[in-house]
Write a protein that binds this ligand. Structure first.
Ligand SMILES: Nc1ncnc2c1ncn2[C@@H]1O[C@H](COP(=O)(O)OP(=O)(O)OP(=O)(O)O)[C@@H](O)[C@H]1O
Ligand SMILES: [Mg+2]
Length: 405
């Protein structure tokens, strides 16, 4: 199945096919998102996004004409609720009555879905069941469908990002606890992207809780951009190069490393990624890169690296605080929650030392998970180096492409 994932930093396409025991990666593509055209899971500029996507699909020779997409953002409501036992047909109707309790916007303008998860033991004579309720404003889905229409792709299914990530990391999930003392085993998928961070709590392979935090890596770039008055892309380079510090001692070391060659190397990397950028006139692009490089050498010499370290730390800690709130909230809702591990993904999973700092902060094992686990890849078919570099960011698209319909 082909999947397309629209992000603030990049748009990703992944095409998987089923094999006997698992999946095969047929193809994939990534293109930088045109500036300000996607934010917090919403497409702000359908034309620009369509153009970028069309070019990428053409370049990568992705010809499949149907695709799965996913929705995310604070307007997407995902709740496990308890209702009286109903048939599937009754539920489809009954949810219209239940939903207003959980959905703060007009139901006429929204899409609703409800799936029975399990039947509960009879209590005081009435049979009940657990249902997963999903609601989203219609406009959120329509924006993506407009883009697909522009690139002549049919939407095959709409999922939520949390489900895609559960599928992407099926090989990493802990089995459901069988003993009382062990408590409820919960795995945490933490996906830190450019404009959003998605935290998803899973028991076995079942979604228990998901929340979208409207913060991500781009906010750190913006802070660096503002403080040093340098271009956004240059802030991106500095962020990737410096990353998080493990200790005070390390901070000082980082502060000493003002080596311009390293920046040049890092700039080279961004330029490479830029190959995929569309919409920018080629000549303008070369000119821009040249000035950026010159500015970078200058500003890196000027910039106090300690200050950059502080900005990166501040941005990451803001995200961690929100994550902590969610973990604490969930603990109050369930008895004896036992957090097993944090499965880290999203582009920001590549930020130097993020995994270690996360582990230290939360005291939970952290894995920078590989969503390609269990998927065969042929180096004659796809660019392995490129794939390896972007695999953390591809998790959602991979999980979506694992769907069969
Ligand atoms: N090697 C790296 N080191 C540090 N940060 C990185 C690296 N690669 C990507 N990132 C950061 O990850 C973020 C992009 O991640 P991702 O591709 O998951 O986001 P997105 O899906 O485009 O955005 P969103 O889903 O939040 O709208 C950017 O902020 C980028 O700076
Ligand atoms: Mg994303």
């Amino acid at each position: 199945m082909l999947a397309i994932d629209f992000g603030a930093r990049s748009i990703k396409a992944v095409q998987l096919s089923r094999t006997g025991g698992g999946y095969h990666l047929e193809n994939f593509g990534i293109v930088l998102t045109p500036p300000d055209s996607i934010l917090h899971g919403e497409i702000k500029d359908v034309a620009a996004v369509s153009q970028a996507l069309a070019k990428m699909l053409r370049k990568k020779r992705i010809y499949e004409r149907g695709s799965v997409i996913a929705i995310t953002g604070q307007k997407v409501i995902v709740r496990e609720i308890t209702t009286p036992l109903m048939t599937e047909k009754e539920l489809a109707e009954g949810i219209q009555w239940e939903a207003p309790k959980y959905v703060p916007y007009d139901l006429k303008e929204s899409l609703l879905d409800a799936i029975k998860i399990e039947e509960l033991e009879e209590k005081e004579g009435s049979k009940m069941m657990k249902v997963l309720l999903v609601a989203a404003p219609r406009s959120l889905v329509e924006q993506q469908i407009s883009v697909l229409k522009n690139v002549k792709i049919q939407p095959k299914a709409v999922d939520i990002v949390a489900n895609a990530q559960i599928r992407a990391f099926e090989n990493y999930l802990s089995p459901v606890s069988s003993s009382e003392e062990d408590g409820t085993r919960i795995d945490i998928v933490l996906s830190i992207g450019a404009s959003t961070t998605e935290i998803t709590l899973i028991e076995g392979d079942r979604l228990k809780f998901t929340r979208t935090i409207l913060k991500g890596g781009n906010d750190i770039n913006k802070a660096i951009e503002k403080k040093f008055n340098i271009p956004f892309n240059e802030a991106e380079v500095l962020k990737r190069k410096i990353g998080l510090s493990l200790s005070e001692e390390k901070t000082e070391k980082v502060a000493e490393m003002e080596e311009i060659e390293e920046t040049e190397e890092a700039l080279g990397k961004v330029a490479e990624e830029k190959e995929e950028e569309v919409l920018t006139n080629k000549i303008e692009k070369v000119k821009k890169e040249k000035t950026e490089k010159e500015n970078s050498e200058e500003s890196l010499a000027l910039a106090n690296q300690k200050e950059i370290v502080d900005l990166i730390n501040a941005g990451v800690y803001e995200i961690f605080n929100e994550v902590r709130k969610s973990l604490n909230y969930f603990k109050t809702q369930y008895q004896k929650v036992n957090y097993k591990r944090i499965i880290l993904c999203g582009g920001m999973a590549q930020l130097p030392n993020l995994g270690q700092v996360l582990k230290k902060q939360f005291g939970i094992t952290v894995v920078i998970a590989n969503p390609l686990k269990g998927i065969t890849v042929n180096e004659h078919e796809v660019d392995i180096n490129h794939l390896d570099k972007y695999k953390s960011a591809l998790a959602t698209a991979i999980g979506l492409a694992k769907r069969e319909r």
